[in-house]
Design a protein. Structure first.
Length: 588
């Protein structure tokens, strides 16, 4: 094997790893976060958790990705540690599907049909179809499908290139002697562990081992311990993701490690114990890709069947390793904000969904803060004022956390739909924060009236009641439309905002009239103007949110043109809604 063969082998490995990454990325985008939501919800029994973990991992082709996601679920409080155990076990089983697909490259037959069943035969067809979709289709779903097809083709090309490049190694005695050392179970296990820890993918390291089978120099005696070590090495990714996480998240990563370590010790003890008494004849034979896949699957299935009944024991072992403090551990920030786990950034579609959930919670806090502030105008209390202040601070924190998270998320490869969702959230969280600021302003106005013992006239009180009802309603419609993504409801906001503008103008006009007649004071006039101005500004921000929802859905971002088109154009539907709202919010 000369320098150029080595260069070809390294290039094949690069193609293999890139193809695996591209395949997984395409599958993740195509799933749109559905796989992660299934994991999150359907894990109420150990058996379901194992099946879900296996199924999701078989789809996204990465047990490391599944396990890291589970660590994120546990860290953010979405999932309990006990639920995570079954998924981790299932992920180890699901990842073996990759080895079976790669093993199909070893099919040998003169039949055309059988030959076409080989991945190396049909992958070029998939590549052609995938490139056709990428070049000529503008549909997001077809592009995701194309990424999957091309990724698989690149993976198989890399696998084939590696296999062909390493074939000359069969004639090099030094290489054969190195492999003979791996027949020592401990050394073979260390080799598999190190290789997998470096590339952080058991599927990829098993694929490399299958490629080496092309030399004919890799016997089962060397392959078995290497496979055992590969299962331990894949835990490195989850262990790294647990650094800096909550205690339960670190425990979830440890469960993954303990499961593979205990499973490896049990399997090797039984396997080599039997082999010592009654030697297996196949141990001296050259390993095949299918044989590697079979050993990989048998080990993971056997480990899962043996350890699943003792899943609670694994949890206890992890809890003994990472002990609770004597005092109750404080929450690391708001529980809802913990949903914005950095680990989810590796699965952008799910990270977008988590961001949407947190933004919806922010919308609820915003609406609550304004409603609480308006209640203080009727009956002011220090407790109520403190609650408005607390809600406003929470909304500020939400804006900071969501904004920072979305900036990181925006650099990831997002589907068109996820990109739209991210744009909506980014546009709206600033308006939520400003509404909570106006709530604080209204609270301060109510406090000023309470401290100075000021009181509006009965006429002014009735007018403010109508105004407040309109503000409550526009807030409710806006926040519901955001949380539910209801565009029809969003179209109700702008007509009501126009009526609120009219109410603001009319109430101020009436106040000036009462002032001239001596029925009101200038000091009360300043307070009233402050309150009504804040109400009107709240409706403006509601308008911004609703218009953003509508425009992003249509890929339009000219807010002023949209609003002007409604208000100055002959839009009969818009005018009709304005008339209905005028009837509903008539001043006494």
């Amino acid at each position: 094997m000369d320098f150029f063969d080595l260069l070809t082998m390294i290039g094949g490995l690069a193609f293999f790893l890139y193809g695996m990454h591209m395949l997984g990325d395409g599958l993740a985008k195509a799933s749109g976060g559905r796989m992660e939501r299934i994991l999150e919800k359907l894990t109420n029994t150990p058996l379901k958790a194992v099946l879900m973990g296996a199924g999701v991992t078989a789809v996204i082709q990465s047990s490391s990705a599944t396990t890291v996601m589970v660590v994120g679920f546990v860290n953010s409080g979405i999932m309990k540690l006990q639920q995570a155990v079954g998924i981790i076990m299932g992920a180890n089983v699901g990842t073996t599907i990759t080895a079976w697909i790669l093993g199909a490259t070893g099919i040998d037959s003169d039949s055309f049909v059988v030959q076409m069943c080989k991945p190396t035969s049909f992958s070029p067809v998939l590549a052609i179809v995938g490139m056709g979709f990428l070049l000529f289709s503008h549909r997001e779903k077809l592009k995701n499908t194309a990424t999957i097809l091309v990724g698989f083709a690149i993976l198989m090309f890399g696998m084939d290139t590696m296999s062909n490049a390493v074939k000359p190694l069969a004639d090099i005695p030094e290489f054969t002697n190195i492999l003979l050392r791996f027949t020592n179970p401990f050394l073979g296990m260390l080799a598999g562990l190190f290789l997998t820890a470096v590339i952080q993918s058991s599927s990829a390291s098993v694929g490399i081992l299958q490629a080496l089978c092309a030399t004919g120099a890799v016997g089962y005696g060397a392959a078995v311990p290497i496979i055992m070590g590969q299962n331990i090495g894949t835990c490195v990714t989850a262990m790294l993701s647990g650094v800096g996480a909550s205690k339960n998240a670190r425990r979830a990563a440890l469960v993954h490690l303990y499961f593979n370590m205990i499973g490896t010790v049990l399997f090797m003890s039984v396997f080599y114990g039997i082999n010592a008494v009654n030697p297996f004849s196949f141990m001296e034979e050259a390993a095949t890709p299918f044989g590697i896949a079979a050993i990989h699957s048998i080990f993971n299935l056997a480990a899962t069947l043996c350890l699943l009944p003792f899943s609670r024991g694994l949890v206890k072992l992890a809890c003994m390793t990472v002990k609770d403090d004597e005092t109750v551990e404080k929450e690391a920030g708001n529980r809802t904000l913990q949903l914005l786990d950095p680990r989810f950034l590796e699965t952008p579609s799910y990270a977008v969904e988590q961001s949407r959930i947190v933004a919806a919670a922010m919308a609820e806090l915003t609406e609550e803060s304004m409603n609480e502030a308006m209640n203080l105008l009727d009956s002011y209390s220090e407790k109520g004022a403190a609650k408005v202040q607390m809600l406003e601070e929470q909304v500020d924190q939400f804006e900071d956390e969501i904004g920072s998270y979305l900036v990181k998320l925006s650099s990831r490869a997002l589907s068109e739909r996820d990109s739209h969702t991210l744009s909506v959230i980014l546009h709206c969280i600033g308006d939520f924060e400003r509404i909570s600021d106006h709530a604080r302003n209204v609270m301060e106005a109510a406090g000023e009236m309470h401290d100075k013992k000021l009181e509006f006239s009965d006429k002014a009180k009735k007018e403010l009641q109508v105004f407040r009802k309109a503000v409550r309603d526009i807030l409710n419609i806006t926040m519901r439309s955001f949380r539910e993504g209801n565009l029809e409801m969003a179209r109700q906001v702008e007509p009501l905002e126009e009526v609120i503008d009219e109410l603001n103008t009319e109430i101020k006009r009436r106040h000036v009239k009462r002032l001239r007649k001596g029925k009101c004071t200038i000091e009360l006039g300043f307070v009233l103007s402050d309150i009504t101005t804040n109400f009107e500004r709240v409706s403006d921000h509601c308008s911004n949110i609703a218009v953003c929802l509508l425009e992003v859905s249509e890929d339009e971002f000219d807010t002023h043109a949209y609003i002007n088109g409604l208000k100055t154009g002959e839009n009969a539907e818009f005018r009709g809604k304005v008339m209905v709202y005028r009837e509903n919010y008539q001043l006494p």
